[in-house]
Design a protein around this ligand. Structure first.
Ligand SMILES: Nc1ncnc2c1ncn2[C@@H]1O[C@H](COP(=O)(O)OP(=O)(O)OP(=O)(O)O)[C@@H](O)[C@H]1O
Ligand SMILES: Nc1ncnc2c1ncn2[C@@H]1O[C@H](COP(=O)(O)OP(=O)(O)OP(=O)(O)O)[C@@H](O)[C@H]1O
Ligand SMILES: [Mg+2]
Ligand SMILES: [Mg+2]
Lengths: 226, 226
C-alpha cells in the first residue's frame, strides 16, 4: 500500500546541499506494522514526510494505495492526506488555541465527517486524558501533549498511520500502553502503521524493523524479539 | 547548592486545579549529577522550572547557592538565571530566526560576556554540528536541534545546569556521547547537573536517581549501575 521507488531528497543547493534521502526503494504491504530506526540525522523524518505526501521528493516515485502522489495537485494531495492518512509529528504540532478535545476532533472536522457519539471522549479515556479535554496544550506535560497528538492521528481511522517518535516523551509504562493501542487498532481495522523510533521497546512491538543510515535503508529485522 | 523546602505548585483553581508538586523537599550538593525519573505528568518539568527560578512555587522555599529566590524581584531573578543557570527545555525552545551558532552564543550575549575565541565552534564540533553553524533550526533534524539546545545551555559554563529530557530525541550512540560530555564538563568545572529523563541509559550516567510520583519524591537510588 506504500511504494517508494528510488526516492531522493536534497535540501538546499550547491555547497550547502544536504542529501537527506539518497535512493530509497521500499514496498510496504497493507495492514503491516513497520518500525524504522536509525541515527540522528539519517533521514527518518524526511522519509516519513515524503511517504505521507507532506513533502515532495527531489526525484523518484511515491505511491500510496496505488496513487502516484506526483500526479496530484496540491488540492487533491491535501484531500488524500486529510481523508486517508494519520500523522504524528516529532514535535506534536498541536494548535495552541484549541482545547485537547478540539485538537483531537479537528481531522474529522476538516474531512467533513461527524464524530461518532463519544468517539473523542472514548479515545481520550483510553489515553488517560479525559479530564483534560477542556484544557489547552500548554497546560499539559510533554508526554500528555504527545498522547493528544497520537489520539488526533487515530480519530479518523486512517488507512495509513505515520508516527514520528510517538513514544519519545513517554515513560516506559505509558509508552507500552500507547504501543499496544497502536498495534491493536492496526490489527482491528487493518490499518498500516509506519513508526519511526529510537526506542527498542517501541520497535519490538512492530512486525519488522527497517534500518536507515545516511539517507538509505541498510538493513531489515523481521519479527523483532519482544 | 539547590535547596527546596516543602514546595507546592498548583495550576488553576477550584475544581480545575491541578496539583503538580505536592510537597517537595530536597537538598542537592554542589558538583553532583542527579537524574530525576517518574511517570508522565508526575511533575518533573514543573520541579525543574521551580528549582531553576523559571516559575514561582505556590508555596514553599527555593534556594539556589544560598539565595532565596522569593526574595528576588523579576529583574534580579532574570540576572541570576542568565549568569548562573543553564536550562535545556523539553521542547528545545530555539529561536527560529537565529542560526545555530547565534542560538548557541545567545546566553553569553545576554550576560554581556564575550565568547572565548572559537568557544562556540569548539562546542558545535563536539556535537557534530560544526558544518551546520549557519543553518536555521527548522533545517535540522529533531536530534540535531536538541544538541544545539544542549550546547546553548553549556556555553556559559553555568553553576547549575537543569536539563529536561536532554536525550529524548537522540539515538543511543549520540545520547551516550552527549551524556559523557555532560558528565565530563560537570566534573571538570564542578558544575551541578539535574537531569530529568525517561531513559535508563541516561539515568545510569548520574551519581544518583530520584523518583517522582504525583508531585512528590518517593525514592532514591544512589550509584545506578552503568
Ligand atoms: N500551565 C498548566 N496548567 C495546568 N496544568 C498544568 C500546567 N502545566 C503543567 N500542568 C500539569 O501539571 C502536571 C505535571 O506536569 P509536568 O509537565 O511537570 O509533568 P512531567 O513529569 O514533566 O511529565 P512528562 O514526563 O509527560 O513530560 C501534569 O498533570 C500537567 O498536566
Ligand atoms: N529544511 C531543511 N534544510 C536543510 N537540511 C535539512 C532540512 N530538513 C532536514 N534537513 C537535514 O536532512 C537530514 C535528515 O533529517 P531528518 O530530520 O530526516 O533526520 P532524522 O533521521 O529524523 O533525525 P532525528 O533522529 O535527529 O530526528 C539532516 O542532516 C537534517 O539536518
Ligand atoms: Mg526526526
Ligand atoms: Mg515534562
Amino acid at each position: 500500500v506504500i511504494a517508494l521507488k528510488d526516492v531522493h531528497k536534497v535540501y538546499g543547493s550547491g555547497e550547502n546541499a544536504v542529501r537527506a534521502l539518497a535512493g530509497v526503494t521500499l514496498d510496504l504491504p497493507r495492514g503491516g506494522f513497520t518500525a524504522v530506526m536509525g541515527p540522528s540525522g539519517s533521514g527518518k523524518s524526511t522519509f516519513l514526510q515524503c511517504a505521507a505526501g507532506l513533502d515532495r521528493p527531489t526525484s523518484g516515485s511515491v505511491r500510496l494505495g496505488g496513487q502516484e502522489l506526483a500526479d496530484l495537485d496540491e488540492t487533491r494531495l491535501t484531500e488524500l492526506r486529510r481523508d486517508r492518512i494519520g500523522f504524528v509529528f516529532q514535535s506534536f504540532n498541536l494548535l495552541p488555541a484549541l482545547t485537547v478535545a478540539q485538537n483531537v476532533e479537528l481531522p474529522l472536522e476538516l474531512a467533513g465527517r461527524r464524530p461518532g457519539p463519544g468517539a473523542v471522549t472514548a479515545l481520550l479515556e483510553h489515553f488517560g486524558l479525559r479530564e483534560r479535554a477542556g484544557h489547552l496544550p500548554e497546560q499539559l506535560s510533554g508526554g500528555q501533549q504527545q498522547r493528544v497528538a497520537i489520539a488526533r492521528a487515530l480519530i479518523t481511522r486512517p488507512a495509513v498511520l505515520f508516527a514520528d517518535e510517538p513514544t519519545g516523551a513517554l515513560d516506559s509504562r505509558t509508552a507500552r500502553e500507547v504501543l499496544a493501542l497502536l498495534r491493536d487498532t492496526s490489527q482491528q481495522v487493518g490499518q498500516t502503521v509506519v513508526m519511526v523510533t529510537h526506542d527498542p521497546v517501541a520497535a519490538a512491538h512492530a512486525q519488522q524493523v527497517l534500518f536507515l543510515a545516511d539517507g538509505r535503508f541498510v538493513g531489515r529485522l523481521p519479527h523483532p524479539t519482544p
